[in-house]
Write a protein that binds this ligand. Structure first.
Ligand code: CUA
Length: 178
């Protein structure tokens, strides 16, 4: 059809066909529904936690993370001797993202509230909690804080879901909930 010359040069003056009007209406209504789903799902979808982000230098953030690790380290795990940290309920918990690991391993208690902080030391990483559906972008220079209350015991994996280089696929962390 499109390769033929236009038969009616003033085609926009031809009244809309009934079928076309129906499709235009369906598309418009669907578009509005999808648009309203965005605020609806933000509030009721329980997918993306509301978080705050404040500017902080990676060095300052690292200092706080190291302080927490020194204070609450309970053991070390994995071949890289990553510290396992059990911070007290209600406290500030710091998780460091960098090429290509999450540091340290956290050990949290079920039903207790924590303020989880996230920052990248280099560039963009993605915090994706498995098997839960929690996704947070992690930037350098911003301290992202989320209030969390673990509601299920188990071992959770943190995978990086923002492509960050050759070992992106190996950037896996761990959280224990007891
Ligand atoms: Cu970090 Cu992908």
């Amino acid at each position: 059809m499109a390769i033929q010359p236009v038969a009616e040069r003033n085609w926009w003056k031809i009244p809309m066909d009934r079928e076309e009007a129906v499709w235009v209406t369906i598309a418009l209504v669907w578009g509005v529904i999808m648009f309203l789903m965005m605020p609806y799902w933000h509030v009721y979808g329980q997918q993306n936690l509301a978080h705050t982000a404040v500017r902080m230098t990676p060095a300052e953030y690292m200092k706080r993370a190291e302080q927490m690790v020194a204070q609450y380290k309970v053991r070390e795990e994995t071949a890289q001797n990553i510290p396992v940290v059990a911070p007290p309920p209600g406290s500030d918990v710091y998780l460091v993202a960098r090429l290509w690991s999450w540091w340290p391993i956290l050990e949290l208690e079920m039903g207790k509230e924590y303020r989880l902080h996230l920052m990248s030391m280099d560039w963009l990483h993605g915090f994706s909690l498995q098997p839960e559906n929690v996704n947070i972008q992690v930037h350098p220079g911003y301290d992202h804080t989320v209030t969390i209350t673990p509601n299920k015991k188990g071992t959770y994996a943190i995978v990086c879901n923002e492509y960050c280089g050759v070992n992106h696929h190996a950037m896996i962390g761990r959280i224990y909930v007891k």
